[in-house]
Write a protein that binds this ligand. Structure first.
Ligand code: ASP
Ligand code: MG
Length: 411
């Protein structure tokens, strides 16, 4: 007997047939004598619709009320899922975030989970009742409904799995696992049987949209065994593996590079001719941080004559406007000659824990791009990742070239 948390994403509960299909997957686990908690997203498209209702009514609205509105999508699917399970003869009930409760901070629209009270859920799971839990939502210390940011039900599921000491957290989605890269771009992309937490974290934060980044962080921290699998491909009852997200020791044959990710949500900013002296970087990036702009890649060159330099960095595209505003505001105290911004860029990353122990990974990347005549604008690296910023129009070409260069193409 195992304790399993299953999470069904929006497309997996997108209509009543799909909800029935999801319920059958839950029923199969119950029949196999497992204890199951199910976390559900809102039906596909529903959260977008709810968000639009808020923004159409008022562009600048109370985030607490926004949460009250957008959390409702999950309430509907939790109830429907419980009904579908009962229809199959399975004991089940729905649980809203506040009923458990899933306690969060009060940073509305991107709340973080503080604690999940599990005593009652524990008791019921032990009694073989399926708990159907709303993803995405919780309740703040001020007793208001909160939501955890778009894609947050992945995080709900992992947090619940950790709190319930579950043996596994199965994330059912519309793809059958994590791929070496986006199969829409590279037809020869392969599904990975296993990927390490660290790689998955990089893949998630570098634009591969399978799991919310925060959920992978949590899984890594609490060592939750995560499995990403399709709710459509697998016949009920079969346990065709999707992708397991696991510790490094569990990955037997480690490739040097496991995947290629890309993110179009990037904009490049260059501050031309700022003073090259102590405190300048702090004077630029301090106010940006205070304005909640998340700066990613940063390059600064050595000044030619030791007096002025250029600084280039990237921000999310949606923050470009705010970034310009901040830089204009600081111009009096931190003078520079001018600003250049470019939103037509893409960040391409090659990711793999094998890089730690292999040389020549960067060289292969640069050569592959050079052979296609693609100019690299910015480079950044971490222990297990190399990222380059290139013009957006080369996205597909670059991803395909790199996928082939690292031998990832399906034979
Ligand atoms: N329904 C929410 C969203 O669309 C949460 C989720 O599906 O993960 O962002
Ligand atoms: Mg999702």
């Amino acid at each position: 007997m195992a304790r399993i948390v299953q999470k069904f994403g929006g497309t997996s509960v997108g209509n009543l047939d799909r909800i029935r299909n999801a319920a059958r997957k839950t029923a199969a686990e119950v029949t196999a004598n497992h204890q199951v908690a199910v976390v559900v997203s809102a039906m596909a498209g529903e959260t977008n619709r709810l968000v639009r209702l808020c923004t159409d009514l008022s562009r600048i609205h109370d985030a607490r009320e926004y949460d009250t509105v957008v959390a409702s999508g999950e309430q509907v699917t939790a109830g429907l899922m419980a009904i579908a399970l009962q229809d199959l003869g399975i004991a089940a009930r729905s649980w809203l975030g506040w009923q458990i409760p899933v306690e969060t901070d009060d940073v509305h629209a991107k709340a973080r989970i503080l604690e999940i009270q599990t005593a009652e859920l524990d008791r019921r799971l032990n009694n073989r009742e399926v708990a159907v839990v709303t993803g995405f939502q919780g309740v703040s210390t001020r007793q208001r409904i909160t939501t955890m940011g778009r894609g947050g039900s992945d995080t709900s599921a992992v947090a619940l799995a950790a709190a319930l000491n579950a043996d596994r957290c199965d994330i059912y989605t519309d793809v059958d696992g994590v791929y070496t890269t986006d199969p829409n771009i590279v037809a020869q992309a392969r599904r990975l049987n296993r990927i390490t937490y660290e790689e998955m974290l990089e893949m998630a934060s570098q634009g591969a949209k399978v799991l919310q980044t925060r959920s992978v962080e949590l899984a890594m921290k609490h060592r939750v065994r995560l499995q990403v699998l399709s709710s459509f491909a697998n016949p009920v009852g079969s346990d065709l593996p999707g992708t397991l997200v696991v510790d490094e020791e569990e990955v037997l044959e480690q490739e040097v590079v496991s995947g290629i990710a890309y993110s179009r949500d990037e904009a490049k900013v260059t501050v031309i001719r700022v003073a090259d002296q102590p405190g300048v970087a702090a004077a630029i990036f301090g106010p940006l941080a205070d304005a909640a702009v998340n700066v990613d890649m940063i390059v600064q060159n050595i000044a030619e004559d030791g007096s002025v330099t250029d600084i280039t960095f990237t921000v999310p595209r949606s923050d470009l406007h705010r970034t310009r505003q901040v830089l204009e505001q600081i111009r009096n105290q931190t003078p520079y000659e001018r600003l250049i911004t470019d939103a037509n860029v893409v960040k391409i990353s090659v990711i793999g824990v094998g890089m730690r122990s292999h040389a020549g990974v960067a060289k292969r990347m640069f050569q592959a791009l050079a052979e296609r005549g693609i100019n690299i604008q910015v480079i950044s690296t971490s222990e297990i990742k190399i990222s380059v910023l290139i013009p957006e129009e080369y996205t597909e070409l670059a991803v395909r070239a790199l996928h082939a260069a690292y031998g990832l193409d399906r034979p």
